[in-house]
Structures are given as C-alpha cells and as structure tokens.
Write a protein that binds this ligand. Structure first.
Ligand SMILES: C[S@@+](CC[C@H](N)C(=O)[O-])C[C@H]1O[C@@H](n2cnc3c(N)ncnc32)[C@H](O)[C@@H]1O
Length: 331
C-alpha cells in the first residue's frame, strides 16, 4: 500500500542500523515495539528476528493490517477468501456514498463499490463462524484489494474525476499473506501516549507523523470499509465525523508529546525515524533525547513518497534526508 511516511524503502537502513546497535544475538531475545505501526512494514521486518513484536496505531484500518500481518502467525484456511471472490456485488453504504451510483464521489467504480459492500457484509456474517485470526485476515485482504482499485491519485483526501485504469479493473480479493512464525505477537488499537504506560520491552521504534496531514482524513475510506458503520459522510470527500487528530501533527503539541513518551518509555533502546521536513526541528529532537541517556543519529538520503505527481516546481523537494535517532536510555 502507498502510505504517507511508509518506511518500505528505508527498511534496509532501519534494519541494519538496529541490528548493528542491538546485536544479532541480543535481538533474538528482544521485545520490539513498533508504536506508530501504519502498514506494519517495520514490525514485519523484525517478526522472525525477535522474540516478540508489539504494534499499535490509532487508525482502525492500521490495526486491521497489523492484527493480520503481525499477530497472525499460524497458517489459516483459504476457502472463505476464495468464496468471497465468487459473491455478486450488492449495493450498500460504500456504493451509495462513495461511487457515482448514489453520490457525486467517484472513489470506486460502481461495480467495485458493490463488490466491496457484498464482501464486507459477508465477512461480518462469517464472524461468528470463523476464528478472530481469520476474521482479520479476510478484512485485511479486503482493505488491501480495495486500495488497489481506488480511484485516487494516492490518498483518500480526494478522488479523481474520471476512473483511472486501475480503478476500472474488477476488484479481486487477494490473500494478505503474513509470515508464519512460532512466536506470539501483540497488536493494539490506541495512542502511544496511553499504551506506553502498560507496555515494556527492549526496543522501542517510533515513527510518528511528521507533518500536519492527519492520517484519519487521508485514509478515511479505509477506516470506513474496516468499521463498516453508518454515519453522515461529511463534505465533498465524505469524511468520517470526528476523525482522530494526532498530537504529532501539531507543531505546538508534538515536541512535548515526544518528550513525554520518551520519559515514560520502559525500553533500553529507543529509535526514532524523522526527516528534515518534519515539524519538530532536528535540534529540538536532539535536545529531548540527550536528556535521557546516550544519544546518536544516523542518516540516509531518500526519495520520499509524494501524494501528488512531482512537477518541475516541486521536484527538488522529493529528495529528503531521513534521520534515525537513537537513544540508549539510562535506567
Ligand atoms: C509515519 S506513519 C508510520 C508509517 C509506518 N512506519 C509504515 O512504514 O507504514 C505514522 C502512523 O502513526 C499513527 N499515529 C498517529 N498518532 C498516533 C498516536 N498518538 N499513537 C499511535 N499511532 C499514531 C498514524 O495513524 C500513522 O499510521
């Protein structure tokens, strides 16, 4: 999934730096907490390397992705997934509010809107007959497959006027495969600032939002498919009312919140991903982290994911410097 702030391309840099600091042997005995997990790509990179991965995110769609990719670790049957693909489309909340069938919003083709409604409804019907693991596997598979046929430039903050090529393709639900592994892992839907009191471990990886763009508005439709609740869609893009607003998207609140989390963290190794375009200045991060122990910083230049197509004017802004701040916290 194309995701704002995804660390997919930075994985080798993050993984190698963490392994180098913690040590391969130590790592196998470690509890790794990916606190702002998003797509779960960082936790997934450590799933087979550590004793346990814990992941959390405030967005429900991200909980669903991580609940599947991280917490699911034993093989699951595929019959229900194949059966979902045989369903006929059926008009429901998504068709009525996010396709041209019942609204002016062109997020999905009408046929795909109906398919999403039919599959989502059936997943809920199956809920009492299948395991919780399988429920989240099916839901995650639907989210990933729906995202592939969404008629957006990238995020759900806007839809395209005309159906683009990929949005014209019929939705096909593909299995959201996860790594099979003997260890138990844990996933939470919630704020780091609350969870940090109840979770302890060895390695804390922090990857907070770095600008003012709220994930709850940019990915609202994924939450709507995941929750499948009834509400009055707001405005031109059909936003969910009262979507979650993160303190890390606020220039005023972000530095104090970061400090609070680091102060309360019961972890020896703390890593923070942030880039040179973030709302917390580099010096401020260094000042905060240095208060709590031995501090170091690693950098990598990186071509970041852009929500809009690069133009001549903004092309230069594409290359950013990505920092991996490291703190060995004093007990
Ligand atoms: C930069 S993204 C993480 C990207 C992720 N590492 C990846 O590669 O996919 C930041 C994530 O933090 C989540 N978030 C924002 N505020 C949060 C909070 N207070 N607690 C937990 N998660 C939060 C957002 O929903 C978003 O998924």
């Amino acid at each position: 999934m194309n995701y704002i702030g995804s660390k997919y391309k930075l994985l080798p840099f993050i993984r190698e730096t963490i392994i180098q600091i913690v040590g391969k042997e130590n790592l196998t005995q470690s509890i790794f907490y990916d606190a702002f997990a998003g797509t779960g790509i960082v936790g997934r990179a450590f799933k087979s390397k550590v004793k346990k991965v814990i992941a959390s995110d405030t967005e429900f769609y991200a909980y669903v992705l991580n609940r599947n990719y991280i917490q699911n670790h034993q093989p699951l049957p595929l019959e229900h997934l194949y059966y979902l693909n045989t369903l006929q489309g059926k008009e429901g909340f998504i068709t009525q509010n996010y396709t041209l069938q019942g609204s002016s919003r062109n997020y999905f083709s009408i046929a795909n809107g109906k398919k999403i409604d039919a599959i989502r409804t059936e997943i809920e019907n199956l809920k009492s007959k299948i395991s919780e693991d399988e429920y989240y596997f099916l839901l995650c598979s639907l989210l990933e497959s729906a995202d592939k046929v969404a008629n957006t430039a990238s995020v759900y903050g806007a839809y395209l006027k005309h159906l683009k090529k990929t949005a014209q393709k019929p939705l096909q639900i593909e299995p959201a495969n996860f790594e099979i592994n003997d260890h138990e892992h844990e996933v939470y839907h919630g704020e780091v600032e609350t969870l940090i009191h109840q979770i302890s471990g060895d390695i804390l990886y922090l990857d907070p939002p770095y600008n003012t763009r709220q994930y709850g508005s940019n990915y609202h439709l994924l939450n709507t498919i995941a929750c499948y609740d009834i509400f009055e869609p707001q405005g031109k893009t059909g936003l969910r009312p009262n979507y979650y607003r993160s303190a890390f998207c606020s220039k005023e609140q972000a530095p104090a919140m970061l400090e609070k989390i680091i102060a309360q963290a019961q972890f020896r190794y703390i890593f923070l991903s942030y880039n040179n375009e973030g709302i917390i200045p580099l010096q401020k991060i260094q000042q905060i982290m240095q208060k709590f122990g031995k501090y170091e910083v690693f950098t990598q230049s990186y071509t970041r994911f852009m929500a809009d197509k690069p133009t001549e004017r903004n092309f230069k802004a594409k290359a950013t410097l990505e920092y991996l701040h490291f703190l060995e916290k004093q007990a």
